[in-house]
Design a protein around this ligand. Structure first.
Ligand code: GDD
Ligand code: MN
Length: 366
C-alpha cells in the first residue's frame, strides 16, 4: 500500500510551527507509510509558501492553499477528500496535540476495527495541561451542552485531535454541516448509533508559536452548528445568525434613542436618525464578524461593504413599512402586520447583503 495514514493539518499563520511539527511526526512515525496534507487558508504569514518549499524535497508533504475561503472544519474536509489513504488523522499545527499517541491511535483503529479514535483530555491520564483556566471552563461548558444533544457519550467531543477510517467519514459526509470550528462534534452528531469509537488519553501541550484562533466567533459558530442540526433543513443558519443580530440592533437603537432623546440631548428626529445609523453600523460589524466570519471584509472592502449595507437596509426599511401598511389596510391586526413587515424587511436585507455585501468569493479577505 502506498500510503496508509494521512495526517490532515489545517493551518492559519503557523509558519514557525511547521518544521518542528514535521520533525516530531517523522520521529514518531518512522517505518510507517504516512503523508501529511496541510490545508492553509492563504495565511498572511505565508505558511503555505514554506510548506510548498518543504514539499519540493519531501514527497510525504502536500499543501492545499485555499483562497477566498476560510474555516477550520471545511479545511479539514478538503484535506480528507484529497487523499485515498484508508486512515486519516486530524491535528493542530501548533504542537498542542501529542503526536506520540498517533501510532497507538492507528493500532487501536485497526486491531479493534473501530471507526474513530479520539485523543481525549477528559479520560484516564488525559489532561488540559497547557490550557488557561478560562479556556478549560469554556471547553467544559461546551462539552456539557453537547452532552445533552449527543447520542454517543463521548468525554471530549470538542477535541481537535482524532483519527478515523476514511470510509466511515465518506458514509456520513452528506450529513455534515461543515460549519465552524468543531468538526469532531459535527461528525459525532452526524454518525449513526452504531458508531464504533474509543477515546485515548493525552495531555494537551501549550502552543509553541503563534496565537490561538479560538475567540468569541468560534463560540458563536458552536451555537450555529447546533442551529444547523436543528433547523438547517428549513432555515439557513446564516439567516438565523443575521436575525439574532438584527434583534440586537433593536436594543442598540432603543438605547441610543433613550440616551439622546430621553436625556434631552437632542430632539426626537435627530435622535431617531442617529439611533438608526448606530444600529445599522453595529449590525454590519457584528454580521461581518459572526455571520460572515468566513468571508470577513477588511480594509476598503469593509468600507464599501458598509455603504452597500446601509443602502440595502434603507430599501429594506422602505419595504418593511410599505408591506406592513398594505397589510394593515387589508384589516390585518396591528401586531401581525407589524411583525410581517419587519420579517419582509429582514428577508430582503439578508438576501440583498448576501449577494452584494458579502459576495461568495469576496476580495479583501484576511
Ligand atoms: N485552514 C484553516 N482555516 N486553519 C485554521 C483556521 C482556518 O480558518 N482556524 C484555525 N486553523 C488551524 C490553526 O492554524 C491550528 O493549526 C488549528 O487549526 C487549530 O486552531 P488553534 O487556533 O490552534 O485552536 P485551539 O488550539 O485554540 O483549539 C484547538 O484545540 C481544541 C481542543 O482540542 C482546536 O483543535 C479545537 O478544535 C479543539 O477543540
Ligand atoms: Mn491549537
Amino acid at each position: 500500500m502506498v500510503c496508509e495514514l494521512t495526517i490532515v493539518i489545517p493551518t492559519f499563520n503557523e509558519k514557525d510551527n511547521i518544521a518542528p511539527l514535521l520533525q516530531s511526526l517523522t520521529r514518531v512515525l518512522t517505518g510507517m507509510n504516512w503523508e501529511v496534507i496541510f490545508v492553509d487558508d492563504d495565511s498572511p504569514d505565508k505558511t503555505w509558501e514554506l510548506i510548498q518549499d518543504i514539499a519540493q524535497s519531501n514527497p510525504a508533504v502536500r499543501c492545499i492553499r485555499r483562497v477566498g475561503r476560510k474555516g477550520l472544519s471545511s479545511a479539514c474536509i478538503e484535506g480528507i477528500l484529497a487523499t485515498a489513504a484508508p486512515y486519516v488523522c486530524i491535528m493542530d499545527a501548533d504542537l498542542q496535540h501529542d503526536e506520540t499517541i498517533v501510532p497507538q491511535m492507528l493500532k487501536a483503529l485497526k486491531q479493534e476495527s473501530l471507526d474513530l479514535v479520539i485523543g481525549s483530555r477528559y479520560v484516564d491520564t488525559g489532561g488540559t495541561g497547557g490550557l488557561s483556566a478560562q479556556r478549560v471552563r469554556i471547553s467544559k461548558v461546551a462539552t456539557y451542552i453537547s452532552g445533552l444533544l449527543l447520542k454517543h457519550p463521548v468525554k471530549d467531543p470538542m477535541s481537535g485531535f482524532f483519527m478515523f477510517k476514511r470510509s466511515y467519514l465518506e458514509q456520513i459526509l452528506e450529513n455534515l454541516s461543515i460549519k465552524g470550528f468543531k468538526i469532531l462534534l459535527d461528525m459525532l452528531v452526524s454518525s449513526p448509533a452504531g458508531l464504533k469509537y474509543r477515546e485515548l488519553p493525552y495531555t494537551m501541550r501549550q502552543r509553541s508559536h503563534g496565537v490561538s484562533k479560538l475567540g468569541t466567533q468560534v463560540i458563536w459558530e458552536f451555537f450555529l452548528l447546533f442551529a444547523d442540526k436543528l433547523f438547517g433543513r428549513t432555515l439557513p443558519v446564516r439567516f438565523i445568525s443575521f436575525t439574532v443580530i438584527g434583534l440586537s440592533g433593536v436594543l442598540v437603537h432603543l438605547s441610543v434613542l433613550w440616551l439622546l432623546y430621553r436625556t434631552g440631548a437632542t430632539n426626537f428626529i435627530p435622535a431617531q436618525a442617529l439611533a438608526t445609523i448606530t444600529a445599522m453600523t453595529s449590525n454590519y460589524v457584528l454580521n461581518n464578524y459572526y455571520t460572515y466570519g468566513d468571508r470577513k471584509l477588511t480594509g476598503w472592502g469593509f468600507v464599501y461593504g458598509l455603504v452597500s449595507f446601509y443602502l440595502a437596509c434603507s430599501l429594506g426599511a422602505f419595504i418593511n413599512i410599505a408591506f406592513a401598511g398594505w397589510l394593515f389596510g387589508m384589516n390585518i391586526t396591528w401586531w401581525l402586520a407589524g411583525f410581517l413587515g419587519a420579517m419582509a424587511g429582514a428577508v430582503w436585507n439578508y438576501a440583498v447583503t448576501a449577494i452584494f455585501t458579502w459576495r461568495e468569493i469576496g476580495k479583501g479577505q484576511n
